[in-house]
Design a protein around this ligand. Structure first.
Ligand code: HEM
Length: 385
Protein backbone atom coordinates (compact mmCIF):
# COMPACT_ATOMS: atom_id res chain seq x y z
CA UNK A 1 0.00 0.00 0.00
CA UNK A 2 1.34 3.48 -0.86
CA UNK A 3 1.57 5.62 2.27
CA UNK A 4 -0.23 9.01 2.29
CA UNK A 5 1.92 11.67 0.61
CA UNK A 6 2.58 13.88 3.63
CA UNK A 7 5.36 15.71 1.79
CA UNK A 8 2.80 16.98 -0.74
CA UNK A 9 0.52 18.05 2.13
CA UNK A 10 3.38 19.97 3.74
CA UNK A 11 4.10 21.79 0.49
CA UNK A 12 0.42 22.61 -0.05
CA UNK A 13 0.01 23.89 3.52
CA UNK A 14 3.07 26.13 3.14
CA UNK A 15 2.35 27.34 -0.40
CA UNK A 16 -1.31 26.65 -1.31
CA UNK A 17 -1.17 28.72 -4.52
CA UNK A 18 2.48 28.59 -5.57
CA UNK A 19 2.99 24.83 -5.12
CA UNK A 20 0.38 23.68 -7.67
CA UNK A 21 1.82 26.24 -10.12
CA UNK A 22 5.37 25.02 -9.48
CA UNK A 23 4.35 21.40 -10.12
CA UNK A 24 2.33 22.43 -13.19
CA UNK A 25 5.48 24.09 -14.60
CA UNK A 26 7.26 20.72 -14.31
CA UNK A 27 4.66 19.12 -16.56
CA UNK A 28 5.29 21.72 -19.27
CA UNK A 29 8.86 20.57 -19.92
CA UNK A 30 12.47 20.72 -18.74
CA UNK A 31 12.72 24.50 -19.14
CA UNK A 32 9.79 26.90 -19.52
CA UNK A 33 9.25 30.65 -19.49
CA UNK A 34 6.60 31.62 -16.93
CA UNK A 35 5.37 35.24 -17.14
CA UNK A 36 6.00 37.17 -13.91
CA UNK A 37 8.34 34.45 -12.60
CA UNK A 38 11.12 34.03 -15.16
CA UNK A 39 12.69 31.03 -16.83
CA UNK A 40 11.81 27.95 -14.75
CA UNK A 41 14.18 24.96 -14.89
CA UNK A 42 12.74 21.54 -14.00
CA UNK A 43 15.49 19.24 -15.18
CA UNK A 44 18.49 18.23 -13.06
CA UNK A 45 21.05 18.21 -15.91
CA UNK A 46 20.04 21.67 -17.12
CA UNK A 47 19.98 22.94 -13.53
CA UNK A 48 23.46 21.61 -12.88
CA UNK A 49 24.77 23.23 -16.08
CA UNK A 50 23.40 26.61 -14.97
CA UNK A 51 24.77 26.30 -11.43
CA UNK A 52 28.23 25.41 -12.75
CA UNK A 53 28.33 28.48 -15.03
CA UNK A 54 28.80 31.25 -12.48
CA UNK A 55 29.81 33.77 -15.16
CA UNK A 56 26.53 33.67 -17.09
CA UNK A 57 24.16 32.94 -14.19
CA UNK A 58 24.94 35.04 -11.17
CA UNK A 59 23.72 35.84 -7.68
CA UNK A 60 25.04 39.42 -7.52
CA UNK A 61 24.22 42.73 -9.25
CA UNK A 62 20.93 44.52 -9.96
CA UNK A 63 17.84 42.29 -9.92
CA UNK A 64 19.72 39.27 -8.58
CA UNK A 65 18.67 37.18 -5.58
CA UNK A 66 21.71 38.39 -3.62
CA UNK A 67 20.12 41.85 -3.56
CA UNK A 68 17.47 40.55 -1.19
CA UNK A 69 19.89 39.99 1.68
CA UNK A 70 22.55 42.62 0.98
CA UNK A 71 20.73 45.38 2.97
CA UNK A 72 20.68 43.19 6.10
CA UNK A 73 23.85 41.12 5.83
CA UNK A 74 26.19 43.49 4.01
CA UNK A 75 27.73 43.22 0.54
CA UNK A 76 30.18 40.35 1.10
CA UNK A 77 28.45 37.28 2.48
CA UNK A 78 29.07 34.58 -0.18
CA UNK A 79 25.45 34.22 -1.18
CA UNK A 80 25.48 37.67 -2.82
CA UNK A 81 28.99 37.48 -4.29
CA UNK A 82 30.49 36.19 -7.53
CA UNK A 83 33.81 35.89 -9.35
CA UNK A 84 37.21 36.47 -7.77
CA UNK A 85 35.93 38.01 -4.52
CA UNK A 86 33.58 35.06 -3.97
CA UNK A 87 36.30 32.53 -4.78
CA UNK A 88 38.76 34.24 -2.44
CA UNK A 89 36.33 34.28 0.51
CA UNK A 90 35.29 30.66 -0.10
CA UNK A 91 38.91 29.60 -0.28
CA UNK A 92 39.49 31.08 3.15
CA UNK A 93 36.36 29.43 4.52
CA UNK A 94 36.98 25.90 3.18
CA UNK A 95 38.89 24.98 6.31
CA UNK A 96 36.06 26.13 8.54
CA UNK A 97 33.64 23.23 8.24
CA UNK A 98 35.91 20.21 7.64
CA UNK A 99 34.15 17.02 8.83
CA UNK A 100 36.48 16.37 11.80
CA UNK A 101 35.72 19.86 13.16
CA UNK A 102 31.96 19.78 12.50
CA UNK A 103 31.65 16.38 14.15
CA UNK A 104 33.48 17.60 17.26
CA UNK A 105 31.37 20.76 17.32
CA UNK A 106 28.12 18.79 17.15
CA UNK A 107 29.29 16.37 19.83
CA UNK A 108 30.20 19.30 22.09
CA UNK A 109 26.82 20.99 21.92
CA UNK A 110 24.39 18.22 21.08
CA UNK A 111 25.32 15.41 23.42
CA UNK A 112 23.62 16.97 26.43
CA UNK A 113 20.34 17.95 24.74
CA UNK A 114 20.37 14.55 22.98
CA UNK A 115 20.66 12.75 26.32
CA UNK A 116 17.63 14.67 27.51
CA UNK A 117 15.81 13.79 24.28
CA UNK A 118 16.62 10.08 24.66
CA UNK A 119 15.21 10.18 28.19
CA UNK A 120 12.00 11.81 27.01
CA UNK A 121 11.66 9.27 24.18
CA UNK A 122 11.55 6.43 26.67
CA UNK A 123 9.07 8.36 28.79
CA UNK A 124 6.36 9.02 26.21
CA UNK A 125 5.57 11.18 23.19
CA UNK A 126 8.13 13.68 21.86
CA UNK A 127 7.46 16.42 19.33
CA UNK A 128 10.28 16.08 16.81
CA UNK A 129 9.56 19.54 15.42
CA UNK A 130 10.39 21.17 18.74
CA UNK A 131 13.31 18.80 19.36
CA UNK A 132 14.85 19.63 15.97
CA UNK A 133 14.49 23.37 16.61
CA UNK A 134 16.34 23.01 19.90
CA UNK A 135 19.16 21.03 18.22
CA UNK A 136 19.46 23.44 15.27
CA UNK A 137 19.45 26.40 17.68
CA UNK A 138 22.16 24.73 19.77
CA UNK A 139 24.46 24.22 16.78
CA UNK A 140 23.99 27.65 15.27
CA UNK A 141 24.38 29.21 18.74
CA UNK A 142 27.76 27.51 18.99
CA UNK A 143 28.69 28.73 15.49
CA UNK A 144 28.04 32.37 16.33
CA UNK A 145 29.41 32.15 19.85
CA UNK A 146 26.30 32.37 22.03
CA UNK A 147 27.06 31.73 25.72
CA UNK A 148 23.66 30.47 26.93
CA UNK A 149 23.31 26.68 26.85
CA UNK A 150 19.73 25.82 27.73
CA UNK A 151 16.94 24.33 25.62
CA UNK A 152 14.99 27.58 26.17
CA UNK A 153 17.81 29.75 24.81
CA UNK A 154 18.29 27.44 21.80
CA UNK A 155 14.54 27.58 21.11
CA UNK A 156 14.61 31.35 21.40
CA UNK A 157 17.50 31.62 18.94
CA UNK A 158 15.65 29.44 16.47
CA UNK A 159 12.53 31.59 16.77
CA UNK A 160 14.55 34.73 16.09
CA UNK A 161 15.75 33.27 12.80
CA UNK A 162 12.23 32.20 11.97
CA UNK A 163 11.03 35.79 12.43
CA UNK A 164 13.51 37.01 9.81
CA UNK A 165 12.91 34.21 7.30
CA UNK A 166 9.11 34.47 7.64
CA UNK A 167 9.21 37.98 6.20
CA UNK A 168 10.27 36.43 2.87
CA UNK A 169 7.93 34.62 0.50
CA UNK A 170 8.62 32.91 -2.81
CA UNK A 171 7.56 36.17 -4.47
CA UNK A 172 9.80 38.54 -2.46
CA UNK A 173 12.38 40.24 -4.65
CA UNK A 174 13.40 43.00 -2.23
CA UNK A 175 12.85 43.63 1.47
CA UNK A 176 10.88 46.81 2.30
CA UNK A 177 12.50 49.33 4.71
CA UNK A 178 10.38 48.03 7.68
CA UNK A 179 11.38 44.43 6.80
CA UNK A 180 15.04 45.46 6.69
CA UNK A 181 14.66 47.18 10.10
CA UNK A 182 13.00 44.09 11.56
CA UNK A 183 15.70 41.77 10.21
CA UNK A 184 18.49 44.04 11.45
CA UNK A 185 16.91 44.20 14.91
CA UNK A 186 17.48 40.43 15.09
CA UNK A 187 20.76 40.15 13.22
CA UNK A 188 22.68 43.13 14.63
CA UNK A 189 22.72 41.84 18.25
CA UNK A 190 23.74 38.38 16.98
CA UNK A 191 26.47 40.06 14.92
CA UNK A 192 27.69 41.72 18.13
CA UNK A 193 27.90 38.34 19.87
CA UNK A 194 29.79 36.94 16.88
CA UNK A 195 32.14 39.94 16.86
CA UNK A 196 32.89 39.38 20.57
CA UNK A 197 33.79 35.73 19.90
CA UNK A 198 35.91 36.89 16.95
CA UNK A 199 37.75 39.40 19.14
CA UNK A 200 38.39 36.71 21.79
CA UNK A 201 40.11 34.72 19.00
CA UNK A 202 39.76 31.29 20.66
CA UNK A 203 40.49 28.90 17.80
CA UNK A 204 38.23 26.21 19.20
CA UNK A 205 35.28 28.51 18.32
CA UNK A 206 34.03 29.08 14.77
CA UNK A 207 34.42 32.85 15.02
CA UNK A 208 37.95 32.47 16.42
CA UNK A 209 38.77 30.16 13.52
CA UNK A 210 37.49 32.73 11.04
CA UNK A 211 39.92 35.22 12.50
CA UNK A 212 42.76 32.71 12.21
CA UNK A 213 41.73 32.04 8.59
CA UNK A 214 42.30 35.73 7.84
CA UNK A 215 38.72 37.03 7.69
CA UNK A 216 38.17 40.64 8.74
CA UNK A 217 35.73 41.31 11.58
CA UNK A 218 33.10 42.55 9.11
CA UNK A 219 33.47 39.44 6.96
CA UNK A 220 33.19 37.18 10.00
CA UNK A 221 30.12 39.07 11.22
CA UNK A 222 28.51 38.78 7.78
CA UNK A 223 29.34 35.07 7.57
CA UNK A 224 27.76 34.50 11.00
CA UNK A 225 24.56 36.21 9.83
CA UNK A 226 24.54 34.19 6.60
CA UNK A 227 25.09 30.90 8.47
CA UNK A 228 22.32 31.81 10.89
CA UNK A 229 19.84 32.52 8.08
CA UNK A 230 20.73 29.61 5.83
CA UNK A 231 21.75 26.93 8.32
CA UNK A 232 19.03 26.83 10.97
CA UNK A 233 15.58 26.27 9.49
CA UNK A 234 16.90 24.09 6.65
CA UNK A 235 18.28 21.53 9.10
CA UNK A 236 15.48 21.84 11.65
CA UNK A 237 12.75 21.22 9.07
CA UNK A 238 14.55 18.28 7.48
CA UNK A 239 14.84 16.23 10.67
CA UNK A 240 11.12 15.63 11.37
CA UNK A 241 10.50 15.14 7.64
CA UNK A 242 13.25 12.51 7.48
CA UNK A 243 11.71 10.56 10.36
CA UNK A 244 8.17 10.87 9.02
CA UNK A 245 9.36 9.51 5.66
CA UNK A 246 11.21 6.61 7.27
CA UNK A 247 8.24 5.69 9.46
CA UNK A 248 5.61 6.15 6.71
CA UNK A 249 7.61 4.02 4.28
CA UNK A 250 8.30 1.32 6.86
CA UNK A 251 12.07 1.85 6.68
CA UNK A 252 12.89 3.00 10.21
CA UNK A 253 13.71 -0.44 11.61
CA UNK A 254 15.86 -1.22 8.58
CA UNK A 255 17.98 1.93 8.91
CA UNK A 256 18.17 1.44 12.70
CA UNK A 257 19.54 -2.08 12.14
CA UNK A 258 21.95 -1.05 9.36
CA UNK A 259 23.79 2.15 10.33
CA UNK A 260 25.56 2.26 6.94
CA UNK A 261 22.17 3.10 5.42
CA UNK A 262 21.83 6.33 7.37
CA UNK A 263 23.56 8.62 4.86
CA UNK A 264 21.53 7.15 2.02
CA UNK A 265 18.34 7.70 4.02
CA UNK A 266 19.29 11.31 4.75
CA UNK A 267 20.15 12.07 1.11
CA UNK A 268 16.97 10.39 -0.13
CA UNK A 269 14.85 12.36 2.36
CA UNK A 270 16.61 15.54 1.19
CA UNK A 271 15.84 14.65 -2.41
CA UNK A 272 12.15 14.25 -1.67
CA UNK A 273 11.85 17.17 0.76
CA UNK A 274 14.32 19.62 -0.91
CA UNK A 275 14.54 21.99 2.09
CA UNK A 276 15.65 24.70 -0.37
CA UNK A 277 12.97 24.11 -3.03
CA UNK A 278 14.21 26.74 -5.51
CA UNK A 279 17.46 28.52 -6.39
CA UNK A 280 17.60 31.86 -8.19
CA UNK A 281 20.01 33.34 -10.67
CA UNK A 282 20.08 36.40 -12.90
CA UNK A 283 21.32 36.11 -16.47
CA UNK A 284 24.38 38.28 -17.16
CA UNK A 285 25.05 37.43 -20.79
CA UNK A 286 23.07 35.88 -23.65
CA UNK A 287 23.00 32.07 -23.55
CA UNK A 288 20.95 29.08 -24.67
CA UNK A 289 19.75 26.47 -22.17
CA UNK A 290 17.99 23.33 -23.35
CA UNK A 291 17.11 25.08 -26.63
CA UNK A 292 15.72 28.17 -24.86
CA UNK A 293 17.50 31.50 -25.42
CA UNK A 294 17.92 33.55 -22.24
CA UNK A 295 18.73 37.27 -22.19
CA UNK A 296 20.75 39.45 -19.81
CA UNK A 297 18.59 40.71 -16.92
CA UNK A 298 16.23 37.71 -17.02
CA UNK A 299 15.57 35.76 -13.85
CA UNK A 300 16.18 32.02 -13.78
CA UNK A 301 14.32 29.98 -11.17
CA UNK A 302 15.82 26.55 -10.72
CA UNK A 303 12.96 24.44 -9.38
CA UNK A 304 15.20 22.09 -7.39
CA UNK A 305 12.10 20.40 -6.03
CA UNK A 306 10.83 19.57 -9.54
CA UNK A 307 14.29 18.39 -10.64
CA UNK A 308 14.47 16.07 -7.63
CA UNK A 309 10.90 14.78 -7.61
CA UNK A 310 11.21 13.72 -11.27
CA UNK A 311 12.95 10.57 -9.98
CA UNK A 312 9.78 9.50 -8.17
CA UNK A 313 8.62 8.99 -4.57
CA UNK A 314 10.82 8.19 -1.56
CA UNK A 315 12.69 4.95 -2.21
CA UNK A 316 15.80 3.95 -0.27
CA UNK A 317 16.73 1.36 -2.88
CA UNK A 318 16.82 3.62 -5.93
CA UNK A 319 20.28 5.11 -6.59
CA UNK A 320 20.61 8.80 -7.45
CA UNK A 321 21.80 9.40 -11.03
CA UNK A 322 24.95 11.59 -11.32
CA UNK A 323 23.09 14.74 -12.45
CA UNK A 324 21.01 14.62 -9.28
CA UNK A 325 23.88 14.08 -6.88
CA UNK A 326 23.27 16.36 -3.86
CA UNK A 327 21.51 18.93 -6.01
CA UNK A 328 19.51 19.77 -2.85
CA UNK A 329 22.72 21.38 -1.57
CA UNK A 330 23.34 23.19 -4.87
CA UNK A 331 26.28 22.66 -7.22
CA UNK A 332 29.31 24.55 -8.50
CA UNK A 333 30.72 27.72 -6.95
CA UNK A 334 27.80 28.28 -4.51
CA UNK A 335 27.49 24.65 -3.34
CA UNK A 336 26.35 24.73 0.29
CA UNK A 337 29.37 25.57 2.42
CA UNK A 338 27.51 24.26 5.48
CA UNK A 339 27.08 20.77 3.99
CA UNK A 340 29.49 19.01 6.40
CA UNK A 341 27.93 20.80 9.36
CA UNK A 342 24.36 19.99 8.25
CA UNK A 343 25.26 16.32 7.76
CA UNK A 344 27.11 16.04 11.09
CA UNK A 345 24.15 17.57 12.88
CA UNK A 346 21.51 15.46 11.15
CA UNK A 347 23.49 12.22 11.61
CA UNK A 348 24.00 12.86 15.29
CA UNK A 349 20.36 13.62 16.05
CA UNK A 350 19.20 10.78 13.78
CA UNK A 351 21.36 8.24 15.62
CA UNK A 352 19.68 9.11 18.94
CA UNK A 353 16.24 8.73 17.39
CA UNK A 354 17.16 5.51 15.59
CA UNK A 355 18.45 4.05 18.86
CA UNK A 356 14.91 4.46 20.21
CA UNK A 357 13.31 2.57 17.25
CA UNK A 358 10.66 1.33 16.70
CA UNK A 359 8.84 4.67 16.72
CA UNK A 360 5.28 5.51 15.75
CA UNK A 361 3.73 8.84 14.86
CA UNK A 362 0.94 9.61 17.32
CA UNK A 363 0.04 13.12 16.13
CA UNK A 364 1.02 15.37 13.27
CA UNK A 365 -0.02 18.56 11.52
CA UNK A 366 1.40 20.56 8.64
CA UNK A 367 2.74 24.09 9.20
CA UNK A 368 0.93 26.90 7.38
CA UNK A 369 2.37 30.18 6.13
CA UNK A 370 6.02 29.08 6.29
CA UNK A 371 8.71 29.49 3.64
CA UNK A 372 10.23 26.02 4.08
CA UNK A 373 7.47 23.39 4.17
CA UNK A 374 7.45 21.40 7.40
CA UNK A 375 5.37 19.95 10.19
CA UNK A 376 3.82 22.20 12.83
CA UNK A 377 4.12 19.20 15.10
CA UNK A 378 5.19 15.59 14.66
CA UNK A 379 4.77 13.63 17.87
CA UNK A 380 6.40 10.20 18.00
CA UNK A 381 6.63 7.61 20.74
CA UNK A 382 8.39 4.31 21.16
CA UNK A 383 6.38 1.39 19.87
CA UNK A 384 5.38 -0.48 16.75
CA UNK A 385 2.58 0.67 14.42
C1 HEM B 1 19.53 20.65 5.24
C2 HEM B 1 20.37 21.63 5.31
C3 HEM B 1 20.79 22.56 4.20
C4 HEM B 1 20.36 22.62 2.90
C5 HEM B 1 19.32 21.76 2.19
C6 HEM B 1 21.12 23.69 2.27
C7 HEM B 1 20.98 24.04 0.94
C8 HEM B 1 21.78 24.98 0.30
C9 HEM B 1 21.72 25.27 -1.11
C10 HEM B 1 20.78 24.62 -2.11
C11 HEM B 1 22.66 26.23 -1.36
C12 HEM B 1 23.00 26.84 -2.72
C13 HEM B 1 22.04 27.94 -3.11
C14 HEM B 1 22.28 28.50 -4.49
O1 HEM B 1 23.19 28.06 -5.20
O2 HEM B 1 21.54 29.42 -4.85
C15 HEM B 1 23.28 26.58 -0.10
C16 HEM B 1 24.26 27.55 0.07
C17 HEM B 1 24.73 27.95 1.29
N1 HEM B 1 24.51 27.34 2.50
FE1 HEM B 1 23.34 25.71 2.83
N2 HEM B 1 21.95 24.26 3.19
C18 HEM B 1 21.80 23.59 4.38
C19 HEM B 1 22.48 23.83 5.57
C20 HEM B 1 23.40 24.84 5.75
C21 HEM B 1 24.13 25.09 6.98
C22 HEM B 1 24.03 24.25 8.25
C23 HEM B 1 24.90 26.21 6.77
C24 HEM B 1 25.88 26.93 7.67
C25 HEM B 1 25.91 26.91 8.92
C26 HEM B 1 24.67 26.64 5.40
C27 HEM B 1 25.26 27.74 4.81
C28 HEM B 1 25.18 28.05 3.47
C29 HEM B 1 25.85 29.20 2.87
C30 HEM B 1 26.67 30.25 3.59
C31 HEM B 1 25.56 29.15 1.50
C32 HEM B 1 26.03 30.13 0.43
C33 HEM B 1 27.30 29.62 -0.20
C34 HEM B 1 27.77 30.49 -1.36
O3 HEM B 1 26.97 31.26 -1.90
O4 HEM B 1 28.95 30.38 -1.72
N3 HEM B 1 23.76 25.78 4.82
N4 HEM B 1 22.75 25.80 0.90
Amino acid sequence: MTPPDWERRLYLAAHPFAYPLLRAAARRGPIVRVPGVGVVVNDASLARGILMDGETFRKDGPGSPGELWTPVLGPSVLLNMEGDAHRALRRRLTELFVPSYTEALCARVLDEPLDRLAGRLSGGGVDLVDAARVMAGAVIGEVIGLDARTDASYRDLFEQGERVVSSVSLRTRRLSPPQVRKARAVLDPLGDIAAKAYAAGDESTVMGRMRALGLSEDEARGAAGAFFLTGTETVATLLPRLFALLIDHGQLARVAAEPSLLDRAVEEAMRVATPTPVMLRSVHRPAAVGGVAVRPGERVLIATHNCCRALGPFDLDRPHPPELRRLWFGAGPHFCIGYPLAMAEIRRVARTLLAAAPLVVTRRAAARGVLIPTYRELVVRKGAA
